[in-house]
Design a protein around this ligand. Structure first.
Ligand SMILES: [Zn+2]
Ligand SMILES: [Zn+2]
Length: 140
């Protein structure tokens, strides 16, 4: 899990100026398993940290996603944002609780090879979102 102290470093490495808004938005998303929509980020920030306009939240989320610090997901037609690790990964998305698990690419590599053998299809797996039910929801 990333420590908030590294916030400015993360922003700078991504080529962004660490503004108060970007810092607040990023800090809110760090450590979450579930992607959050802009409205949720906006509501939580205004409840806990600071007053920040919805347009500013949208802009900050967009910038952070463009810089690769956030990954975007489609949550029932709504765009949602999640802070993901820097290491390459695929996404396992739970359709019951919306939790996203980062999966090392090696785990799906043999499956992708099989896909090639069967269909002659060469996947470009820079991003693979697999939907299903997470372990916690399956055990309910
Ligand atoms: Zn991700
Ligand atoms: Zn789940």
């Amino acid at each position: 899990m990333t420590v908030p102290i590294a916030l400015d470093a993360q922003l700078r490495v991504a080529g962004l100026t660490p503004t108060a808004q970007r810092r607040a938005v990023l800090a809110l998303l760090i450590g979450r398993t579930r992607p959050l929509a802009a409205q949720e980020v906006h509501a939580e920030l205004n409840r806990s940290v600071r007053h920040i306009g919805l347009t500013t939240v949208y802009r900050a989320l967009h910038t952070l996603a463009e810089a690769g610090l956030l990954h975007t997901f489609d949550l029932r037609g709504q765009r949602a944002y999640r802070h993901c690790g820097a290491a390459p990964h695929q996404h396992l998305i739970c359709t019951s609780c919306d939790a996203v698990t980062e999966c090392p690419p090696d785990i799906v590599r043999s499956w992708l090879n099989e896909l090639y053998q069967h269909a002659g299809f060469t996947p470009h797996p820079d991003r693979l979102d697999l939907k299903g039910t997470c372990g916690a929801c399956a055990n309910k």
